[in-house]
Design a protein around this ligand. Structure first.
Ligand code: NAI
Length: 269
């Protein structure tokens, strides 16, 4: 159901790979709520997924951009401004990848070249997206910028490997850039710390199913779905959250503040 929460708003949505992607759901909901946006993903991802179909459904275009390349981001913004007919009100960073995770390297046997890639793709790209937007002065006043995080940024989840450190950096970048963007342009910057979600990135983590089930039993409201995450993102892009900035916002059914649940105690008996 549409309340036109994003009527007249323009933006960029990264990271829609397939229909399970959090960004995919965001695109459909943003369209439903009246936003205009451009979709983007890494050139290699465009060859794999059905993002062109999503673009058709959302009446928009896809511009390939590797989020680690400032040149690609600059081109993305320049062309998107042309397509959308103006500056942006929202940016979604929904990007994560670790070559160490993908190739099964343990945390105590990391390949450091790959570690740099993990940081660059999963965290520094957030800074690059913001610094480029800042330099091009392409964000409208009271715009909203969001990244997606996971609780392993703050507490140890051994299976999350070097992505845990990348997420800690991502959350720190949101705080640091949030200050600068807030002061200069009244733009807000936040991260949403989402429940485990069955997507390509999520299920690539070893033991995903077990920790998904564990989190489901631990959370009083149960795990938050990709669809529910998209709803939260829409609210964060709307004018109802104008003064929320520099935060890491838990969207996890209460998981992060639950010590233990009765279901889990039962299982330990
Ligand atoms: P996904 O696999 O559908 O999305 C990840 C996206 O990152 C893909 O579209 C991929 O093509 C893109 N990407 C990778 N390298 C890139 C590059 N160099 N340039 C541009 N794009 C690139 O998975 P999901 O779950 O929708 O991931 C979105 C975000 O949510 C990620 O930041 C992820 O870490 C985060 N997240 C996911 C959770 C989960 O359990 N699935 C839990 C908490 C956070």
């Amino acid at each position: 159901m549409s309340n036109n929460l994003l009527a007249g708003k323009k933006g960029i949505i990264t990271g829609a790979l397939d229909e399970n992607s959090i960004a995919w759901k965001v695109a459909l909901k943003a369209k439903e709520q009246g936003a205009k946006f451009v979709l983007t993903n890494a050139p290699v991802a465009l060859r794999m997924g059905g993002i062109q179909e999503l673009a058709k459904e959302c009446n928009t275009e896809v511009i390939p951009a590797d989020a680690t390349s400032v040149d690609d981001i600059t081109k993305l913004y320049t062309e998107s401004k042309e397509i959308l007919g103006g500056n942006f009100d929202f940016l979604l960073h929904s990007i994560g990848m670790s070559p160490n995770v993908r190739k099964g390297k343990a945390y105590n046997d990391l390949n450091y070249d790959w570690l740099q890639k993990t940081y660059d793709i999963s965290a520094v790209s957030f800074h690059k997206m913001m610094q480029t937007a800042d330099k091009m002065d392409i964000m409208n006043e009271y715009g909203s910028i969001l990244g997606l995080s996971y609780i392993a940024a703050q507490r140890t989840y051994p299976f999350y490997n070097d992505m845990a450190d990348a997420k800690a950096l991502l959350e720190s970048i949101a705080r640091s850039y949030g200050y600068h963007f807030g002061k200069r342009k009244n733009v807000r910057v936040n991260t949403i710390s989402q429940s485990p979600t069955p997507t390509t990135a999520g299920s690539g983590i070893s033991g995903f199913e077990s920790f998904y089930n564990f989190a489901e039993k631990m959370s009083p409201l149960g795990n938050a779905t990709a669809e529910e995450c998209a709803d939260y993102i829409i609210m964060m892009f709307s004018d109802f959250t104008k003064k929320v900035t520099m935060q890491n916002l838990f969207h996890d059914g209460g998981y992060s503040f639950t010590g233990i649940s009765e279901e889990l105690i039962e299982e330990m008996k």
